[in-house]
Design a protein. Structure first.
Length: 391
């Protein structure tokens, strides 16, 4: 656990789930820059304060100690929400008392006096959230964004400008930068383009040609990524009544493909993104038919599922955690899948060849089989061994 030092005190902060082997902190220089700016300018934080995209709850936890009349956090991340709850508890502020924790799928606040935006990796998610919050912003609202220099581009500033009002940036400090926006209530803005709908391409196997709905912020929200396309051509068949989990489901296209080809299979769609699970659920409801049911889980992987309750896990794991390139998420997903699988159950993974997932899978499962490959991707299969037969 690390301690964030601010003008308003020190705060013990961790990511969620807490891992003593993880050296990544729950904040970065852009969070520090924003908090320092608020303190130095003596920004009035007594009214309705909204924090958007606070990755691990650092901003929210510090601001809760200032006791604004209303403090709202809006997040797309279940893990970020859990981190916020735990960090608030460590600081002595119970989440239910100090902060209104909203997801990106919840109705936004009706009024915001101070809007603080941690610039997300996804420009689409920023666009969607600014559109949703624009009606709550008034002429006197203080709007400050923050991010690392590599995260703030001309297109980032243009979104603030066209949705909220005139925008400028600060000087860089420790490779971080602030965004200052002056709201213009008279600004005429275009309609929010999200959610976005498109037809799946011809090489998307059994789901080709179907129109899918994608909420802003999910991976490849405006097109089907090539890794998923490859995976769709090599999914297992003949599953019968198997319980199948689409882990890290994104828009749910992989699980949907199974649902369409395996009429008796039981589907579980799981992701830590509220936007992703909302997309997966809408796509399933649209294409699987009114009589088909599935389970939709926003959470920490498959942690909410009983051990040994799944027959097959399908997974296209991310290899980024915000701006950090890491295999930590993939390793957690693989371990989580093994716990959820029954003996003899299988994990199927698609990934870039260079990521070396076969090594990690052999370490966790004891074996790994190559199912398919091309110059860029591999599909791998790992089987959970029965008790007494190894892993």
């Amino acid at each position: 656990m690390n301690r964030l030092t601010t003008s308003w005190g020190e705060f013990p902060l961790t990511r969620f789930p807490e891992d003593p082997r993880d050296s990544l902190r729950a904040w970065d220089a852009s969070d520090e820059y924003l908090l320092r700016h608020l303190a130095e300018t003596d920004t009035d934080l007594s009214g309705a304060v909204a924090v958007v995209g606070d990755r691990w709850g650092a901003l929210t936890t510090v601001l809760a100690a200032r006791r604004p009349a209303v403090l709202t956090q809006i997040s797309d991340s279940y893990l970020g929400r859990r981190a916020t709850e735990e960090n608030l508890a460590r600081s002595g502020a119970a989440a239910q008392d100090a902060v209104s924790l909203l997801t990106t799928q919840d109705p936004p606040p009706e009024r915001v006096d101070v809007l603080l935006v941690r610039v997300p990796k996804s420009l689409a998610l920023l666009e969607d959230q600014l559109h949703r919050l624009a009606p709550a912003v008034h002429e006197g609202t203080v709007v400050v964004g923050t991010g690392m220099v590599k995260e703030i581009h001309t297109s980032t500033l243009q979104l603030f400008e066209k949705i909220l009002g005139p925008t400028r940036t600060s000087l860089a400090a420790k490779k971080a930068r602030l965004i200052f926006c002056t709201p213009d209530p008279a600004l005429e803005r275009a309609a929010n383009p999200w959610p976005y709908r498109y037809a799946l391409p011809a090489d998307a196997a059994t789901v080709a040609g179907r129109t899918v709905t994608n909420q802003a912020g999910i991976f490849c929200a405006d097109r089907l990524d090539i890794g998923t396309r490859f995976f769709l051509r090599h999914l297992p068949t003949g599953l019968g009544r198997a319980r199948v989990a689409d882990l890290g489901c994104g828009n749910g296209v992989v699980g949907l493909a199974v649902a369409l080809t395996e009429p008796e299979a039981e589907l579980v769609f799981a992701d830590e993104s509220y936007q992703a699970v909302a997309s997966a659920e809408e796509n399933f409801r649209t294409h699987a038919g009114p009589d088909r049911t599935a389970e939709f889980v926003v959470g920490d992987g498959l942690a909410d599922l009983d051990p040994g309750s799944v027959d097959l896990v399908l997974n296209n794991p991310p290899f980024h955690s915000h701006q950090a390139t890491t295999d930590r998420t993939a390793r957690r997903m693989f371990t989580d899948a093994r716990r959820a699988l029954r003996p003899g159950g299988e994990l199927w993974v698609v990934g870039n060849r260079h990521l070396g997932y076969h090594v990690t899978l052999r370490r966790i499962f004891g074996s790994c089989e190559l199912i398919a490959s091309d110059p860029k991707f591999v599909v791998l299969r790992a089987v959970k061994q029965a008790a007494g037969t190894g892993r």
